[in-house]
Design a protein around this ligand. Structure first.
Ligand code: SF4
Ligand code: SF4
Length: 182
């Protein structure tokens, strides 16, 4: 339950509710003040925990030892099940440490959102520039195509005139003169 017992107490105060309410564990366990800890000697560097951590609180490289960034880990436990060698443990910390990490991770999360939005914006500018380049290229090809079109039209006119010559030999000279002008 987000907030756990302490949030429940505050909510009871704010809403002037009777104080006999307790956390309903059917909706999941309350927050415990804990952090993940990787037993580094056992870590095989598979990176599965990195993919699972929602706030990038684990660092490490492929096939090398991984470790948890203490100031960011909220103890959410999401990295624990994916570890194939079961080398991630949860250790109890005091409330203050846990709260600091949760605040840090919140700030970190907001910053990553801003960074992602900036990257999307930058990518859209690059996309616009690329579209402009593609547009110019298409226009260039269209212009080239229009030259070809004129050439094709001339060839078509010549063919029509040649057919006329074949049909009417009397007008051949006149038609040949016309063809010279094409
Ligand atoms: S417990 Fe949660 S926050 Fe901490 S390292 Fe694992 S996934 Fe990340
Ligand atoms: S999932 Fe386990 S073995 Fe894989 S990198 Fe993370 S801690 Fe190491």
């Amino acid at each position: 339950m987000p907030g756990g017992e302490s949030s429940l107490k505050k909510l009871i105060e704010i809403t002037n509710h009777s104080d006999d309410i307790s956390l309903d564990m059917d909706f999941g366990p309350g927050i415990t003040n804990q952090k993940a800890f990787i037993i580094e000697d056992e870590c095989i560097g598979c990176k599965k925990c990195i993919d699972a951590c929602p706030i990038d609180a684990i660092h490490g490289a492929s096939n090398l030892m991984h470790s948890v960034i203490n100031d960011l880990c909220t103890g959410c436990e999401l990295c624990v099940p994916p570890c194939p060698v079961d080398c991630i443990e949860l250790v109890q910390v005091n409330e203050n440490d846990s709260l600091t990490a949760r605040n840090n991770s919140e700030e970190w999360f907001q910053n990553t959102i801003k960074l992602r939005q900036r990257r999307i914006k930058e990518r859209s500018i690059v996309d616009q520039e690329n579209n402009l380049k593609i547009g110019k290229e298409i226009n260039k090809q269209l212009n080239n195509r229009s030259v070809d079109k004129e050439k094709n039209i001339r060839q078509l006119q010549r063919k029509i005139l040649m057919d006329r010559i074949n049909e009417d030999q009397d007008g051949a000279e006149f038609i040949n003169n016309l063809m010279d002008k094409l």
